[in-house]
Design a protein around this ligand. Structure first.
Ligand code: PLP
Length: 394
């Protein structure tokens, strides 16, 4: 046997560069991830067990039951997909679109654009309606578009993390049913934080993430689909063009049979069970109230410091606030200062709001009065140091 030549990345000389893994302590008040709850971290650090072990199978059922409560639905096929929010987003497109099928996407920010991109890749006949980043669609606008375009699927983002807009969803489910169309909702920044009633609002398909309202690390994407969606899936003429996200295969593991599909990220499922259990213990309505109360305190505090918010209060998103960067302020400088000197992360503006706003998140475990006070205090004392003109006030 010839002697193997090792790539010298880990030879004796430079091994010493690697100390034990360490990450600095941060308070994550940006668009996500948000901090994980300490009890979620405890669950995450348990030793893995087999993904077909009967103890794990019973944990899977707990996760599904807790997810149904959090989604407020009775859907049989309710599961946490392996992967971040974009995985379940892609599953929603890959499974329900066949080549040439019509999808109508209402886009008012970055994540609406992502839906358009994905649907195009799966060869849908994509049409979209658009709003400036910072505005929401009216019921009438959506009704008109669905009735005239007659899509097979209508997709919309509930909580647009790029702009800070909360889209009212009431009544859209009825329009979709009357027009024989599936109603698909992105709930990445609303599940487990804001009122969301899957059954009552007649939402056929929805997806979310683990790293925001559920107070877990990123890695799972809760997904739910009702009977209308199941019927559409079973009437497909062609195979789902994505093996990993094929719901008819995932159904064999997360449905009744618990047959192996892929090795489940078991620790992330321990974690999500814990995040969901904490929500159920607090009670959904209390969770929603906590997010609304803390967001209102933040808005009021920022405005009293002279800051302007990007979105009108009528459809402002409690989980993510877009704060206008005053013209005389070095926005990046202030954001970096908070991170480097106080360990607090806030987000930059994304896409067309880049350089114009900061994004402040209050999600899950992080939505508490103490965090609001801490951040407001820093806006009060530190922001003036980043004024481009010495004398400016805001
Ligand atoms: C509204 C929305 N949709 C989709 C995504 C994509 O999720 P992920 O980044 O977890 O893949 C995000 C991410 O923040 C989001 O905010």
């Amino acid at each position: 046997m010839t002697e193997a030549k090792l790539i010298p990345a880990l030879n004796k000389e430079n091994l010493s560069h690697f100390s034990k893994t360490y990450v600095p302590s941060r308070l994550l008040l940006g668009p996500g991830p948000s901090n994980a709850h300490p009890e979620v971290l405890d669950a995450l650090s348990l030793n893995p067990i087999g993904h077909l072990d009967e103890a794990y199978i019973s944990l899977m059922s707990d996760v599904q039951q807790l997810l149904r409560y959090t989604w407020q639905c009775n859907n049989r096929l309710t599961l946490p997909m392996s992967g971040t929010g974009s995985a379940a987003m892609e599953a929603s497109i890959a499974n329900f679109i066949e080549e040439g099928e019509k999808i109508l996407i209402a886009k008012k920010g970055y994540f609406g654009d992502r839906l358009v991109d994905m649907a195009t890749r799966y060869k849908a006949q994509v049409s979209f309606i658009e709003k400036p980043w910072g505005e929401a669609f009216t019921y009438e606008e959506i009704k008109y578009e669905i009735e005239t375009k007659k899509p097979a699927i209508f997709a919309i983002v509930h909580a647009e993390t790029s702009s800070g807009v909360l889209q009212p969803l009431d009544g859209i489910g009825d329009i979709c049913r009357k027009n024989n169309c599936l109603f698909l909702v992105d709930a990445v920044t609303s599940l487990g934080a804001l009122e969301l009633l899957i059954d009552e609002w007649k939402i056929d398909l929805a997806y979310s993430c683990s790293q925001k309202g559920l107070s877990c690390p990123p890695g799972l994407s809760p997904f739910t689909m009702n009977k209308r969606a199941e019927e559409k899936l079973s009437s497909r003429k062609t195979k789902v063009p994505n093996w990993y996200l094929d719901l008819s295969l995932l159904n064999k593991y997360w449905g009744s049979d618990r047959i192996y599909h892929h090795t489940a990220p078991v620790n992330m499922n321990f974690a999500i069970r814990e995040g969901l259990r904490l929500i159920a213990n607090e009670g959904l309505e209390n969770v929603w109230k906590r997010h609304n109360t803390n967001a209102k305190k933040l808005w009021k505090g920022l405005e009293s410091l002279g800051m302007e918010l990007h979105v009108s209060e009528d459809y402002r998103l409690p989980t993510l606030t877009t704060v206008k960067i005053p013209p005389a302020v070095d926005g990046d400088g202030f954001k970096n200062h908070l991170l480097r000197n106080f360990g607090i992360e806030i987000g930059n503006g994304l896409g067309e709001l880049s350089g114009k706003v900061w994004r402040v998140g209050l999600m899950g475990f992080n939505s508490c009065e103490e965090n609001v006070d801490r951040l407001l205090n820093l806006f009060d004392t530190e922001l003036k140091k980043f004024s481009i003109f010495e004398s400016s006030t805001f």
